[in-house]
Design a protein around this ligand. Structure first.
Ligand SMILES: C[C@H](O)[C@H](O)[C@H]1CNC2=NC(N)=NC(=O)C2=N1
Length: 124
């Protein structure tokens, strides 16, 4: 089987792919970044844990800034240093999991609207 070649993308390539595939993410200081806003610390920790699970399964680990009101995800590749297809692949999976919502008319109810249950502020 041919080895997968991972090479850093140029800033222009990164911006093009962000606009096409990951509109919620930005290139800042050489990292792909996205913030997921929550209604509080417990929600932020749940988001952080969901991302932590994906990172460990992928064996590609973002930095996380966990705050009372949200989680900022910062993704880059250490070797080769830069932004690579690995960062885009994990970012897309993070979006898919964190922003996922049950179908409106489906059998799963979704998080109730009342303040006691409020969790994510950003939903797909
Ligand atoms: C030591 C080295 O960072 C690791 O082998 C793997 C695992 N996690 C990783 N995580 C990230 N974000 N970038 C990497 O290049 C990377 N490489």
């Amino acid at each position: 089987m041919a080895a997968i070649v991972i090479k850093p993308l140029t800033p222009q390539e990164v911006e093009e792919r962000l606009a096409r595939d990951l509109p919620g993410w930005r290139l800042v200081d050489g990292e792909l970044r996205r913030r997921f806003a929550t209604h509080g610390w417990k929600g932020s920790l749940m988001v952080a844990n969901a991302i932590g699970h994906l990172a460990e399964v992928a064996w590609h680990h973002p930095d996380l800034v966990v705050s009372y009101g949200g989680v900022e995800v910062r993704l880059s590749t250490h070797s080769p240093k830069g932004i690579t297809a690995r960062d885009f692949a994990l970012a897309a999976q993070i979006d898919a999991v964190v922003l996922w919502q049950p179908a409106r008319d489906g059998i799963l109810e979704g998080t109730p609207e009342d303040p006691g249950a409020a969790y994510l502020k950003d939903k797909a």
